[in-house]
Write a protein that binds this ligand. Structure first.
Ligand code: ADP
Length: 478
């Protein structure tokens, strides 16, 4: 089965968030099922040097008016197709914005071209004879790929759309319809229209044959007004075609192998203690007896960082410690700097993005905090489970699906793997942090939870099986 996956980011080439982890992990996970997946993404300026050694496999003089080419290359065993269109992708800033935080004004065009190229590649095949059986689009950036494929009607290849975060919907002024080569008669509430504008995510939800999102709980949540962000109606209409599939964790995230920290497993947690000492040193913090928690996150409202800032003083008062790595909203960054100045011996702060450091943090810390207001799947709590770095999480989305709360019953049955907040507010986070301090002090209970967490299966095997089943089902309908 040959699948063309369309994404705006994928590890190991380019990453700003969890989408990249998933888009890069899926081809490997689906290999087990004999799925031959190629991953199409824009040739951003940082990726252009890779094109020197890549093979030109497809080109067109006009993709929504742009001349574009697709170059194939293999990286870490993954077959990538880089879409070359310098006018749209060869830019100095970030991949979505100018580096100062302002989104590119032509983002709709940048990703419409990606989506149209995907549809054309599916229709025409590549010059090495590769022809997709399925198109798999990710998020709003690729939402128009299933749309173009259906509306052009040149082939019957079915499509899947995966929602990684419904908060980003690809809104575009209705004036852009013509430029995007979309028919005016599809501009109505039952199709492309979202309250007077066009939404590329909604377009994908209407035209894809199957829809997935990244956890079963989130699949239920986004059908409600509270979480659906205006798309709950279309999702309810397509409820039968919507499946929640948990993300897995790639093997690169393992405590058992690393050159960067002392490797450990369930039996050698002593090495984790040494990593903890090293981590404290790296953040210039003194030895501490209370739990050492971490946060590795975008700093946004979604991630509940404001709740954290309010809850932390009481946690620090009880001798808890925290190392935080993240970047994002300037006001949150300032508030974190202020908090750090008040608690210099308990709070280590790094503003920035640093994957190697994040791994050392998971290897050395006792707990990872994820107090998100909503969380489609969440990856850091999964890394936490694997590393025996117990997750303290909000009761939402994939967090609710993956962490077993240390309530009395779960502690008695020895099944608990973390702490789940009862509500998503500052008081509930303070309660959860109190539980963290109390449970951490009970060394035997803590160790049992660590072991439960580390043996929990968080790899891709089951999820890959479900994706494969969805591909098979849509291939066999008709
Ligand atoms: P989202 O995609 O909403 O940001 P996820 O939890 O799904 O959240 O994925 C975030 C990914 O980005 C994880 O792999 C996490 O480790 C990583 N990450 C986030 N912020 C940083 C950072 N500042 N430095 C290194 N890695 C980060």
């Amino acid at each position: 089965m040959r699948v063309l996956s369309i994404t705006s980011e994928a590890i190991p080439l380019i990453k700003t968030g969890g989408l990249a982890d998933v888009a890069g992990a899926l081809p490997k996970a689906l290999n087990e099922h004999d799925v031959d997946m190629r991953v199409l993404l824009p040739a951003y300026n940082t990726l252009r040097p890779l094109m020197d050694k890549a093979n030109l496999l497809w080109k067109t003089k006009s993709c929504l008016g742009y001349e574009v080419r697709a170059f194939a290359l293999v990286k870490d065993g993954i077959q990538f197709l880089l879409l070359d269109c310098p006018a749209l992708y060869d830019r100095e800033g970030g991949i979505y914005n100018d580096g100062e935080g302002a989104d590119y004004v032509d983002n709709h065009m940048r990703f419409a071209v990606l989506s149209m190229a995907a549809a054309m590649i599916v229709e025409e095949g590549l010059s090495d004879g590769w022809q997709a059986d399925i198109l798999h689009a990710h998020d709003w950036q690729a939402g128009l790929a299933p749309t173009y494929l259906k509306l052009r009607g040149k082939c019957k290849v079915p499509s899947v759309l995966t929602i990684h975060n419904i908060a980003f919907q690809g809104w575009v002024s209705a004036d852009a319809l013509q430029q995007l080569d979309l028919p005016a008669e599809e501009f109505h509430a039952g199709s492309l229209e979202y309250w007077g504008q066009l939404s590329t995510l909604k377009a994908g939800l209407v035209f894809a044959d199957a829809i997935t999102t990244v956890s079963p709980t989130y699949a239920g949540e986004i059908k409600t007004p509270e979480f659906g962000m205006g798309l709950e109606g279309v999702l309810n209409n397509r409820s039968r075609d919507l499946t929640g599939i948990l993300n897995g964790v790639d093997d690169v995230w393992s405590p058992a192998k690393s050159d960067d920290f002392l490797p450990y497993d369930v039996k050698s947690l002593g090495n984790k203690a040494k990593n903890r000492t090293a981590l404290l040193k790296e953040f210039s913090l003194p030895k501490m007896d209370g739990p050492l928690a971490i946060v590795v996150s975008r700093l946004t409202d979604q991630k509940g960082i404001d709740l954290l800032i309010d809850a932390l003083p009481s946690y620090f008062a009880r001798r808890g410690g925290l190392c935080l790595l993240g970047s994002g909203a300037p006001d949150l960054e300032i508030a974190l700097h202020q908090l750090r100045a008040k608690f210099p011996d308990q709070f280590g702060l790094r503003i920035g993005y640093d994957e190697a450091l994040s791994k050392r943090m998971f290897a050395g810390a006792d707990a990872v905090l994820v107090p998100s207001r909503f969380e489609p799947c969440g990856l850091t709590q999964l890394y936490g489970l694997r590393f025996g770095t117990l997750p303290v999480v909000a009761n939402t989305g994939g967090l609710a699906d993956t962490v077993i709360n240390a309530n009395t019953a779960a502690l008695q049955k020895k099944t608990a793997t973390g702490i789940v907040m009862t509500r998503i507010d500052t008081a509930a986070l303070m309660e959860a942090l109190n539980s963290l301090i109390d449970i951490y002090a009970q060394k035997r209970v803590w160790k049992t939870m660590q072991k439960n967490a580390m043996i929990q299966v968080v790899d891709w095997s089951e999820s890959a099986r479900v994706y494969y089943k969805i591909y098979s089902d849509i291939l066999n309908t008709d």
